[in-house]
Design a protein around this ligand. Structure first.
Ligand code: GUN
Length: 366
């Protein structure tokens, strides 16, 4: 194969995983991802193993609950509830697809995950925030694609981006993220199996994203811009048998046929897949960091010299750290702290108390 530059998601994901490992050390986090699987979908087994291996590389704690394919909805609900309540778990994902018996309840199940631990960004609250441009979590595959475009400096602003596939996991959130005017600012054309004259649209694409779940859906060079100035992002992952009886992994795009006719192309494997895993883990670290936010800055300040602050300054500081902390309780605590003649209180003493109070109040609310 020659032609397009291959967009190396594997190398980029390794860099991201290394940066996550450093961030975990710097912020003294103990991020923990819990994956719930139901049944034994062979694809899910592979993906979950990749999540586990990469999490371990980044220094993220990984745990898993495996339910049998005949698990009931109440059983699954109970596992999700336990994870929601466990203060040491920061990210919870229910691996899809669910078995046939639970598939009709997929939305109900995803809605049960605590939005603050919904690192997949599947909960309606998080998806809604994403749609408003105020994302709390970023969905992994779209986030990985945006990072690839950014890393390779592929122009997005005002460019025509054609997406084949409207799934809730990839196509839909990706369209929102690419279209964001203060972000990539693409002009997005969003297609499904009903789209009329779809190949006329792909012929206009500066960026073509194929997330249709159909092996080698795009294989004819005549559906691309004739000048070859197109970036192709292949989201498909299919295990197929070659004529020689070998099993290989290929995408929604026939890379051998199209590489000579485009400028950039993500390989399968080694393109979007590894970036998806790394971006999911980035969201777990984000969740862990959010969880410890009030405590982390106090920990950092405790490493510095002690200073003396007035009661009013400490009250105002506590209000910023935890606006919900009861004012009357705070006054009592300050009354009990040793004050100097001028009424000031040592910051270290206050910070040590505040860290304990914040940790126990988040335990109580978890
Ligand atoms: N199955 C395939 N992709 C995904 C994903 O991104 N998240 C979950 N939970 N399940 C999946």
């Amino acid at each position: 194969m020659s032609g397009a530059t291959l967009l190396d998601g594997k190398a980029l994901s390794s860099t991201l995983v290394e940066s996550l490992a450093s961030r975990i050390k710097d912020e003294q986090l103990a991020p923990h991802l819990h994956v719930i699987t139901v049944g034994d979908d062979p694809g899910s087994k592979v993906y979950v193993k990749q999540k586990r291996t990469t999490a371990e590389k980044a220094g993220i704690i990984f745990s898993q609950t495996c339910l049998l394919a005949n698990a009931s909805l109440p059983e699954l609900r109970s596992v999700i509830d336990q994870c929601n309540r466990d203060r040491n778990i920061h990210g919870v994902i229910v691996q899809l697809p669910l078995p046939d018996s639970l598939r009709a309840h997929e939305r109900e199940v995803l809605n049960l995950v605590d939005p603050t631990k919904d690192v997949d960004c599947f909960h309606p609250e998080n998806f809604g925030l994403l749609a408003l441009g105020e994302a709390s979590f970023l969905p992994a595959t779209p986030a990985g694609i945006l990072k690839i475009l950014d890393h390779y400096a592929i122009e997005t602003r005002g460019k025509r981006c054609v997406i084949l596939g409207k799934s809730n996991i990839v196509g839909k959130p990706l369209a929102l993220m690419l279209a964001r005017e203060s972000g990539p600012a693409c002009t997005v054309i969003f297609c499904d199996q009903h789209t009329e004259n779809v190949w006329e649209l792909t012929r206009q694409a500066d960026i073509l994203i194929v997330a249709a779940g159909k092996h080698h859906l795009v294989r004819d060079p005549s559906v691309l811009r004739s000048d070859g100035e197109v970036a192709i992002i292949d989201v498909g992952i299919h295990r197929v048998q070659t004529a020689e009886g070998k099993t290989v992994v290929q995408g929604d795009v026939d890379a051998a046929a199209l590489r000579p006719h485009c400028r950039w192309l993500t390989p399968v494997p080694g393109g979007v897949g590894p970036m998806t895993v790394a971006c999911l883990l980035e969201q777990v670290v984000e969740a862990a960091s959010n969880f410890s936010k009030p405590v982390a800055p106090l920990k950092r300040l405790l490493r510095g010299p002690d200073i003396r602050l007035t009661r009013a300054e400490l009250v105002s500081l506590m209000r910023k750290i935890d606006p919900g902390f009861p004012a009357s309780e705070l006054q009592l605590v300050l009354d009990g702290m040793k004050a100097a003649d001028d009424g000031t209180i040592g910051f270290h003493a206050f910070a040590n108390w505040a860290m304990g109070a914040l940790q126990s109040s988040s335990t109580a609310s978890a």
